[in-house]
Ligand binder design. Structure first.
Ligand SMILES: C[S@@+](CC[C@H](N)C(=O)[O-])C[C@H]1O[C@@H](n2cnc3c(N)ncnc32)[C@H](O)[C@@H]1O
Length: 211
């Protein structure tokens, strides 16, 4: 009986902590804590976030210019660099300097430094030319921004006409927002729906920039 009580209590505390973290995030969105960046590559996450499988539907390819918004520790940046090839270019943006540095080290270790340009800045204003990006990818990052529409407006500026934007969210991330909210943001920002992959636990929305 004592053990059951302990388990129930533990479960209650865990659920309470999860709910608290999510409510707090909804009230005041904030960037993922950099000291926990190793968890972004945790094998449990990789079960549903394998970089090749995640990026597959987004349409990367040789020679493309891809923007990794909120690149974190570079979990997806390396695979993006591999897929764009020697003629392509990846812009990796993050608001936290330590994340940018971690991604830079990782990309260098993979031998792709020439293909990736790092930018320590926020997504509301990026040092990129207008109409210069083929694909913008936001994995578990748009939901960390207090003003997602500011970022989407900036992304419309930097995306080429006919360019694409992929927004992906996952339930274990405390900033997780359901698909409907992300769809509303993307529509409000003027993007055209292009498809949905995944399930409510981990989904990716693809939209087009019609110019
Ligand atoms: C949960 S992490 C995800 C990192 C990476 N995309 C991944 O999936 O492994 C979200 C990242 O977005 C960054 N971020 C949050 N707000 C941002 C903003 N306004 N502009 C740029 N990056 C931001 C955070 O610093 C953090 O590194």
């Amino acid at each position: 009986m004592g053990l059951v009580n302990l388990l129930v209590r533990g479960l209650g505390i865990a659920i309470g902590a999860q709910v608290g973290a999510r409510v707090a995030h909804r009230i005041r969105p904030r960037p993922y804590p950099a000291p926990l960046r190793h968890l972004l590559d945790h094998p449990a996450r990789m079960q549903y976030r394998d970089p090749v499988a995640t990026l597959g539907p987004f349409g990367l390819g040789p020679g493309r210019t891809v923007l990794d918004v909120g690149c974190g520790a570079g979990t997806f940046t390396v695979e993006m660099a591999r897929q764009v090839g020697g003629e392509g270019r990846v812009h990796a943006v993050d608001i936290q300097a330590s994340m940018v540095e971690a991604a830079r080290v990782r990309v260098a270790a993979a031998g792709f430094s020439e293909r990736v340009q790092f930018h320590h800045c926020g997504a509301y204003r990026m040092p990129l030319a207008s109409d210069s990006v083929d694909l913008a990818v936001l994995i578990a990052s748009l939901s960390e921004m207090p003003q997602p529409l500011f970022a989407l407006e900036e992304l419309r500026r930097v995306l080429k006409t006919g360019g694409r934007i992929a927004v992906s969210e996952e339930l274990p991330h405390s900033g997780y927002v359901p698909q409907r909210a992300v769809r509303n943001w993307l529509r409000e920002a003027g993007f055209r729906y292009g498809g949905l992959r995944g399930n409510p636990f981990c989904y990716s929305l693809l939209y087009f920039n019609d110019g």
